[in-house]
Design a protein around this ligand. Structure first.
Ligand SMILES: *Cc1c(COP(=O)(O)O)cnc(C)c1O
Length: 372
């Protein structure tokens, strides 16, 4: 058990033989991309599974974020969180938009709505929150502010596949939601992503933008990009979707086991779930508090000695990277909660095939370190 490295995530792969019929169908059709049969079918099945009206598939989540901002013609300044994967802010910078960082809530670790209003300026055009770890943002407070100030809301929902609140899919909130289907995510197409939008007209614009702006052979209506998902990626999505309920159940089992075993260990705080009626167990973040004998980084390094590779999501904060740290909103004093959480957080391995004995081994190791 000690010899095999355990990483924070591992993709769910069905038997290779199950993928072959999909490949045969692609070979047969000779359509490799540009909205072929697999692509159309995956869009339809995802709408059904997620419970949303319109979805547009992409070659990855980052291009989907870039396109979402273009689709709504966002300019000027956008309010966002520093506690995320760097692509969130990069999508703003690539669009010539200035990110304005706002601190996070200490419980949900999502953008703190109470701090948004004071960050709004005449240049602000939108808010880009992240459903961090798949835990829903305070969508109502965010929408209220957006309505008051006439701002768009684009959710980076890269972690939030299949997450629901009491009203249904978390992806129905805001003007657009963006998913990632990267290999490390709960649902994957090797590389991939999508934009969820509320109406056919917006979907049409997104479709134009993701295909160079083409409407027909001779008409280009926008400076589009190539954001198309290929047939092979869409086919893998169709296969993955057959297993998604099983994937979520296996993740839930790992999550429950961790929560059970970790309870009562001094100095280890499990980040609580809240606000969802269906969670996706995409990450298992814990906070290593002051009363734990080791620092977060010491524990992170020590876990490597037993071949366990936890990850410090999210450290460093986006606001600490060189292209952001000069911004006034990147000042540590503006982001005290995010700064503190980013020093303490550790994401433990969680994935469908993670065995009970491995979870037990990880937790006993943490327990023994807590008693030194
Ligand atoms: C994974 C991720 C992205 C980027 O998605 P890709 O498909 O890898 O381009 C964006 N935002 C967040 C929060 C992510 O976790």
């Amino acid at each position: 058990m000690d010899d095999k490295p355990v990483f924070v995530t591992q993709p769910f792969l069905p038997e290779l033989s199950e993928f072959l019929p999909y490949l045969e169908s692609i070979w047969e059709s000779k359509v490799l991309t540009n909205g072929g049969k697999m692509h159309q079918q995956l869009e339809a099945e995802l709408c059904e599974y997620l419970g949303v009206e319109h979805i547009s598939l992409f070659n990855n989540g980052t291009i989907a974020l870039l396109t979402a901002l273009q689709a709504l013609r966002i300019t000027g300044e956008v309010i966002t969180t520093p506690y995320s994967f760097v692509a969130t802010a990069h999508s703003l910078l690539w669009n010539g938009i200035k990110p304005v960082f706002v601190d996070i809530d200490p419980v949900t670790l999502n953008i703190d709505p109470a701090k948004i209003e004071s960050a709004i300026t005449p240049q602000t055009t939108a808010i880009m929150p992240v459903h961090c770890y798949g835990h829903p943002c305070d969508v109502e407070s965010i929408q209220k502010i957006a309505d008051n100030y006439n701002l768009k809301v684009i959710y980076d929902a890269a972690h939030a596949f299949a997450v629901k609140d009491i009203g249904g899919s978390i992806l129905r909130h805001g003007d657009l939601s963006v998913l990632s289907f990267h290999a490390t995510k709960v649902f994957n197409t090797f590389e991939g992503g999508a934009i969820v939008c509320p109406d056919a007209k917006t979907k049409q614009r997104i479709e134009h933008l993701k295909n160079f702006g083409f409407v027909d052979e001779v008409t280009v209506v926008a400076p589009g990009i190539n954001g198309k998902m290929s047939e092979i990626n869409a086919a893998f999505g169709l296969l993955q979707l057959k297993y998604i309920d099983k994937i979520l159940k296996l993740r839930e089992d790992v999550d429950s086991l961790y929560r059970h075993l970790l309870s009562g260990i001094k100095g280890v705080r499990v980040v609580e779930e809240s606000g969802q009626s269906q969670a996706n167990f995409s990450y298992f973040p814990v906070l290593i508090e002051k009363d734990f004998p080791l620092t977060r980084d010491e524990l992170y390094e020590k876990l490597k000695t037993i071949n366990v590779f936890a990850r410090r999501y999210f450290f460093p904060l986006i606001s600490e990277f060189p292209m952001y740290r000069g911004l006034p909103s990147a000042a540590k004093s503006n982001l005290m909660v995010a700064e503190s959480v980013s020093q303490r957080v550790l994401c433990l391995p969680i994935y469908p095939s993670l065995r009970t004995e491995v979870v037990e081994k990880i937790v006993s190791f943490i327990r023994s370190e807590s008693m030194r």
